[in-house]
Design a protein. Structure first.
Lengths: 512, 323
């Protein structure tokens, strides 16, 4: 018991409607690298935040270095020797490398911060890490990989007893990964406990001693890494079987013409070489880890992201310059990932939200015809079962599920060729989810092509007639019909990640 | 935030006291203010005083109508006062002594104002300058242009007809109020009924979503600045008619007064919420307070203190509204 650096017992974290952590037991021994695995949304990030003091659990206990603790702030945990490197870098872009590295431990002299000592200490930390980065440089002048190394260097300063790394290798490659692993091994030999989160299973086999797998907020396995095969890890991550929440998929592969054909698309740093197509009447899933470039592909198609290379054709007709207005006129709808930031006009009524992309249809001689607008809105609300007393209720007053249905009401009205759905069920409860799934299938049955982007593998598997797997800006595989399974998707997503480190990533693989 | 954010709010026909207060709070406040004014200072309700109050209010009202457009798209325009004074100086540049120059003066004022608004709007949208800085810079530049022309001395070579803008009447109604009514109604229809107006609310409510719904966002924002500047330019001419002499400081303080009036009228500085006519009620409240302070014989400084307190009160009041 007391041999652990940190021991979490029966930790529960609850938010209204969701339980990201459900009676989690987790312990890290001194001098071990403990990998934490799970799908997106399995609860890894919340668990890390609980350990780092950024989130207070609703119940359960934390024992740190033999003492029962309950962190009141991240600073308290930090002072006690827990260092967390979050996925989003916590650096001050305007400050120098040295200032960032010593942000928690500014060396002082006569009460004033000593610049010289700071640079010396920072340089020492970077040297220990094995990289050469000028300590005077401003952080935002550095490449992303160097920024990550600065973040890691922060952990080497001070008395770190527990080091937590949340996907540190997402932005670094090759030599830097080797340096990181070297330093992790060194810290391990010094008795530091390390928690390591990564989607790259090969890395975990290489570096970790034990592994804990989370699924829907619960621990499904804790065991020595050597005792689990890669396949076993994937199966455990994917977990339970599908429930009957998904409508039946197409009986045979769609034989219709392509509504959308994307060839060798390159757009921004996250879309490097993407080719795929969507046929009329089929639901095509686009799976992949968060950050693999899926949303960016959608943005390029809809015209909000600049296309560097490649072609996008709608119904065989190539579009050279596309903007949202042109896309909408073509009959293309884009239900964005973040409904509050990019989707809804929260302060405007439901009716205004529904007619938003196509004001022309309710405009007579330059003026909005309120009667037509209300009628249109009421019709859509009825069709999509939006629960609200009238079309003039402000969307901000609706529940998440109803807000999402308003978005479906909006886009299904104008999208008569292709509908792009980015995380269409995020933050809605299971009841609304099932309704939304039926809506999506119904839209496809009416002859619309649907591109479904989702981080929920179950959803992709349950809904899609065809699935493309994306990883690091490329399509790495295509799976069809009965061959679609969470295991197959994970296999493609993870395999390509492991391989790209050896810079062999590439060619699509046909599984089916 | 309250817990009700995510729950559907049932709309009832019979409004609760709170809802009435929320919706008509400003009207109620104005009525109370008028009654109080009549009670403590009988001269207040005398026709001469009321006309005086409204005459002062008209140019500010024109500016507020324009300011509302800019605030609705999450901006603000600090250059309106400077623009008013510059337009006034421009009016003297014709060195006209006859009334036939007045149409020319109006055209020149509107064109000049439109260009100023175009530049502010361009800076805000295409160059990503914050509205505060872009219009502050515009304010300073206009001031410089004006001073360079006048050399700092006031001028009064104006067509005699200009004073008609302030004191003239048609069918017994002051001409400046008629103009304000026409301007506010026309722009009110544009804002609250037209497709362009809807796009303004969309951009103000959620700029990203507006873009994704095919709204030409930059064009909408630029047009709002143009409309605001034109309103200020016209307001400047009417104020000039009232003042009679072009000093370099015609309209001084109108930039902040116009923002204050709009905010009191419920136009949200965060954009996407507001109403032209409510903003005009804000103007009424503002000028009644100013007038009351004068009638009561309080020192002018009291105006400022009371105005400040009212802004805080308005901000606190509208904060409790969620959307």
């Amino acid at each position: 018991m007391s041999s652990s650096v940190i021991e979490l017992s029966q930790i529960v974290k609850e938010y209204p409607g969701v339980r990201p952590l459900d009676r989690v037991d987790f312990a890290v021994r001194p001098g071990e690298i403990h990998a934490l695995l799970g799908e997106n949304g399995a609860g890894k990030s919340t668990l890390i935040r609980v350990m780092g003091g950024a989130v207070a659990p609703n119940s359960g206990s934390i024992t740190y270095l033999g003492k029962s603790v309950s962190w009141r702030s991240p600073k308290e945990a930090r002072t006690a020797g827990i260092h967390v490197i979050y996925q989003e870098l916590a650096l001050f872009p305007e400050l120098s490398v040295a200032e960032n590295i010593l942000v928690d431990a500014q060396p002082t002299r006569f009460g004033l911060i000593s610049g010289r000592a700071r640079h010396a200490l920072a340089a020492a930390a970077l040297k220990q890490l094995g990289v050469t980065i000028p300590t005077h440089a401003k952080v935002d002048e550095l490449p992303l990989a160097d920024q990550q190394m600065v973040e890691i260097a922060k952990a080497l300063v001070g008395q770190t007893k527990l080091l937590i790394l949340d996907e540190p290798t997402a932005v670094i490659t090759g030599r830097e990964v080797d340096l990181l692993f070297e330093n992790m091994r060194r810290l391990r030999s010094e008795g530091v406990g390390i928690v390591y989160v990564s989607h790259r299973l090969e890395e975990i086999a290489e570096i970790a001693d034990r592994v804990t797998i989370l699924k829907d907020g619960q621990v499904v396995a804790t065991s020595p890494v050597a005792a689990l095969t890669r396949e076993a890890m994937i199966t455990k991550m994917v977990g339970r079987r599908l429930e009957q929440v998904y409508p039946a998929r197409l009986q045979a592969p769609a034989q219709t013409a392509d509504v959308l054909t994307v060839r060798n698309l390159e757009a921004g740093p996250r879309v490097r070489d993407v080719s795929f197509s969507v046929k009329a009447g089929e639901i095509v899933g686009l799976a992949g880890m968060v950050g693999s470039g899926r949303t960016e592909v959608a943005e390029a198609i809809f015209g909000t992201r600049e296309v560097k290379q490649g072609s996008i054709a709608l119904e065989g007709k190539p579009f050279s310059k596309i903007d949202p207005g042109a896309a909408i006129r073509f009959g293309l709808g884009f239900l964005t990932e973040n409904r509050k930031d990019e989707g809804l006009f929260l302060g405007l009524p439901i009716s205004a939200n529904i007619v938003a992309p196509d004001l022309g249809s309710v405009t007579r001689r330059g003026l909005i015809d309120r009667a037509t607008e209300r009628e249109t809105a009421m019709r859509q609300m009825k069709e999509f079962a939006v629960a609200a007393p009238s079309s003039e209720v402000k969307v901000g007053n609706l529940s998440g599920g109803n807000q999402q249905k308003v978005l479906f009401s909006r886009w299904s009205r104008i999208a008569n060729r292709l509908l792009i759905l980015d995380e269409p069920t995020r933050g809605v409860d299971i009841g609304a989810k099932v309704e939304i799934y039926r809506i999506i299938r119904r839209l496809a049955d009416s002859g619309i092509g649907v591109l479904l982007i989702s981080s929920e593998l179950q959803e992709v598997v349950g809904m899609s007639d065809r699935v493309y797997v994306m990883s690091q800006g490329q399509i790495v595989g295509e799976i069809q019909g009965e061959a679609i399974s969470e295991e197959a998707i994970m296999d493609l997503a993870v395999r390509s990640m492991d391989r790209s480190r050896l810079s062999v990533a590439g060619g699509a693989e046909l599984v089916s | 935030m309250t817990a009700s954010t995510n729950a559907p709010v049932p709309r009832t026909r019979n409004l609760t006291t709170a809802a009435i207060f929320e919706r008509y709070g400003l009207v109620i406040f104005l009525c109370i203010l008028l009654v109080v004014a009549a009670l403590i200072s009988p001269p207040f309700l005398q026709p001469a005083n009321l006309v005086n109050v409204l005459t002062i209010a008209a140019p500010l009202g024109m500016v507020v109508v324009g300011q509302t457009f800019v605030i609705l798209v999450r901006g603000l325009d600090l250059s309106v006062a400077s623009l008013m004074a510059t337009v006034a100086v421009l009016a003297t540049a014709f060195k006209a002594t006859g009334n036939d120059a007045i149409p020319m003066i109006f055209v020149a004022a509107i064109v000049f104002s439109a260009i100023v608004g175009l530049i502010s709007g361009w800076l805000v949208t295409k160059r990503n300058v914050s509205p505060f800085l872009a219009t502050l810079a515009m304010m300073i530049i206009l001031q410089g242009v004006r001073f360079a022309y006048t050399g700092g001395a006031p001028i009064s070579t104006l067509p005699p007809g200009m004073s008609f803008l302030a004191s003239g009447r048609i069918l017994g109604i002051p001409v400046n109020l008629i103009t304000l009514a026409i301007l506010a109604t026309a722009l009110g229809i544009v804002l609250h009924r037209s497709r362009f107006g809807r796009q303004i609310f969309m951009v103000g409510s959620n700029p990203k979503a507006a873009l994704l719904n095919g709204v030409p966002r930059d064009r909408v924002v630029i047009l709002c600045y143009v409309i605001c500047s034109i309103c200020a330019g016209i307001g400047g001419l009417f104020l000039l008619g009232y003042v009679g002499t072009v000093s370099n400081w015609v309209g001084q303080g109108y930039e902040l007064d116009s923002i204050v009036a709009a905010v009191m009228g419920g136009v949200a500085l965060s954009g996407g919420r507001g109403n032209v006519f409510a903003a005009l009620l804000g103007v009424a409240v503002l000028v009644v307070i100013n007038n009351l302070v004068l009638l009561l014989g309080f020192p002018i400084e009291m105006q400022l203190i009371i105005k400040g307190i009212i802004i805080i009160g308005a901000a606190a009041f509208y904060r409790t509204r969620l959307f």
